[in-house]
Write a protein that binds this ligand. Structure first.
Ligand SMILES: Cc1cc2nc3c(=O)[nH]c(=O)nc-3n(C[C@H](O)[C@H](O)[C@H](O)COP(=O)(O)O)c2cc1C
Length: 349
């Protein structure tokens, strides 16, 4: 069944800006909300205080609905001290050298606790809380609903979508393997959950009775029209917005996104310890050649040291990109939005 995302979120057009954990920007999120879509902001790794600051900045930038996005713990995250990082540290040593930084001491924890993040999200009162890497706890869904916040889950397979629907989410992002960034699979290994968008969306639509938002490889009006033909109620778009001037991606990253051909991306665990799609660079190749990737989130913390020290170095940053990154033609978020909106079929009101 499809449903009406406009009514669900209080928006004008069923176009969702994908959240970018670690790379979302207030101007981009606000511009999509202002255009009538649902701007999302990725809160990966944000402690409560930073979430409150971010929400205040978003509120100052737009009075329209927006979504906040969290990564749910899957239970296999390592804590500092759990794992011997010697081999992974050796593999990144030349990259630290290239960025001109020294290896840092281990932090007390790699990630803030989910409860702290959720408390801040409740205070922020977004139109929607979207989550990846699992089914939100029943108490989380109930608390969100008590506060009038819609809950959106993310599935990379039909089984994950069914689990999310059973968990009471209000809408499901069906994320095909074309998509940029992490494969957010939680029932099977990400490598075993690489269903493409055209195969995934209609099978999810048939399996659940909440609205389905198609994600992965959608970058222009043709992709939007195709998503609706497959039964989606809307689309979530990442790469095409990430390459615009309103995004927080560095100039080096945006240049690579613009130039990306369909075959230019790979799935790799090198940068974070979890499988993600991006354009391979010196960092990815060096870590893969060394075959020394620490488990998530330790690897993400390790690579963050050289990434943060060289934020505009195409050799050293995470160049997350989807298979259709090069399809979009515009560097302006509102133009991209208008192009996407042109693919929404006329529907009865
Ligand atoms: C840099 C980057 C970071 C991302 N981080 C998140 C995230 O934290 N949470 C999430 O739900 N999706 C995340 N995504 C996925 C996007 O929100 C979106 O679903 C995806 O890019 C859609 O595929 P496309 O790039 O082919 O349009 C990220 C994507 C990118 C490019």
């Amino acid at each position: 069944m499809t449903g009406d995302l406009e009514t669900l979120f209080g928006i004008d057009a069923p176009i969702v800006l994908g959240p970018f954990g670690g790379m979302s920007s207030i101007p981009l999120t606000a511009s999509i909300s202002e255009a009538g879509g649902l701007g999302s902001f990725g809160l990966y790794g944000y402690p409560g205080e930073r979430i409150r600051e971010t929400a205040a900045a978003l509120r100052a930038a737009t009075g329209r609905p927006f979504a906040l996005n969290l990564w749910l713990p899957t239970g296999d995250e390592v804590e500092p001290g759990d794992t011997d990082l010697a081999r992974a540290r050796a593999a990144i040593a030349p990259l630290l050298g290239a960025a001109g930084v020294a290896p840092p001491p281990l932090p007390e924890s790699f990630l803030p606790p989910l409860d702290e993040q959720l408390d801040a999200v409740w205070d922020a009162a977004p139109a929607a809380l979207s989550v990846v890497f699992g089914v939100p706890a029943a108490e989380t869904v109930a608390e969100a609903h008590r506060r009038g916040i819609r809950v959106v889950g993310t599935a990379t397979s039909v089984a994950e979508a069914v689990a999310l629907a059973a968990g009471g989410v209000d809408a499901i992002v069906a994320s095909g393997a074309e998509a940029a960034g992490h494969r957010v699979s939680f029932l099977r290994r990400a490598e075993e959950s690489l269903v493409g968008t055209v195969a995934l969306v209609p099978q999810v639509v048939d399996a659940v009775d909440v609205p389905v938002i198609a994600a992965g490889g959608i970058a222009d009006r043709r992709g939007v029209a195709a998503a609706f033909a497959l039964g989606a109620a809307g689309v979530q778009v990442g790469s095409a917005f990430l390459r615009t001037r309103q995004s927080a991606a560095s100039e080096a990253h945006r240049t690579a996104l613009r130039a990306a051909a369909d075959t230019d991306t790979v799935l790799t665990r090198a940068m974070s310890g979890r499988l993600a799609r991006g354009i391979p660079n010196r960092a990815v190749r060096a870590i893969e050649e060394a075959d020394a990737v620490a488990p998530f989130p330790a690897q993400n913390w390790l690579t963050a040291v050289f990434r943060a020290a060289a934020p505009n170095d195409a050799d050293l940053i995470s160049m997350w990109a989807g298979q259709a990154a090069g399809l979009s033609r515009s560097e302006d978020a509102e133009e991209v939005f208008a192009e996407l909106a042109a693919g929404i079929p006329a529907r009865p009101h």
